[in-house]
Design a protein around this ligand. Structure first.
Ligand code: CMP
Length: 154
């Protein structure tokens, strides 16, 4: 008997992986009223929103999300900051999403970020740097899965 459920081919899965990234608009940008402007920049740059939610993380959730930084000296401050207010989490789609999104947001430290990038425009410090962007296709998939179920993606 033929299955009615179509499973994505390996090629399709790989394309999905390389075309998606994950972002958070961080508590500083939310508090400073930049959600709309940042979403507009993201949209103008050609990214499509696949999933999105407005949520405040607790310490356990933020700790799990940033577990890779657990041994870094800034870890405790990072968890404190990321739980200090609501964030906007989203999965974004565009050809070459991870690389293009990192170009759009600029360097981690806003003082080093190029003119016109999101962090240069809306961020104040390396801790309060307005947005997060995945650093690889693999992490984009892991981070997106952390926040969103299949039913929450469109
Ligand atoms: P993000 O892309 O969300 O990933 C980890 C975060 O830690 C980073 O953005 C910064 O906001 C924060 N951070 C603070 N100090 C540093 C540092 N020295 N190097 C990298 N990230 C840092």
């Amino acid at each position: 008997m033929k299955h009615s459920l179509q499973l994505p081919t390996f090629e399709k899965k790989m394309k999905m992986l390389t075309n998606r990234t994950f972002t958070m608009i961080k508590p500083d940008a939310v508090k400073n009223g930049h959600i709309g402007a940042i979403l507009n920049d993201i949209s103008e740059a050609g990214f499509k929103i696949i999933a999105m939610k407005y949520i405040q993380l607790n310490k356990e959730q933020a700790g799990a999300f940033y577990a890779v930084h657990k041994e870094r000296p800034f870890y405790n401050d990072l968890i404190e900051f990321m739980t200090s207010g609501p964030i906007v989490a989203a999965i974004l789609e565009k050809e070459g999403a991870v690389e293009d999104f990192r170009k759009l947001i600029g360097a981690t430290d806003p003082a080093q970020a190029d003119e016109g990038t999101i962090r240069q425009k809306y961020a104040k410090s390396i801790d309060a740097n307005a947005v997060h962007g995945s650093d690889s296709n693999e992490n984009a998939a892991i981070e997106g899965d952390f926040f969103f179920s299949k039913l929450e993606r469109f």
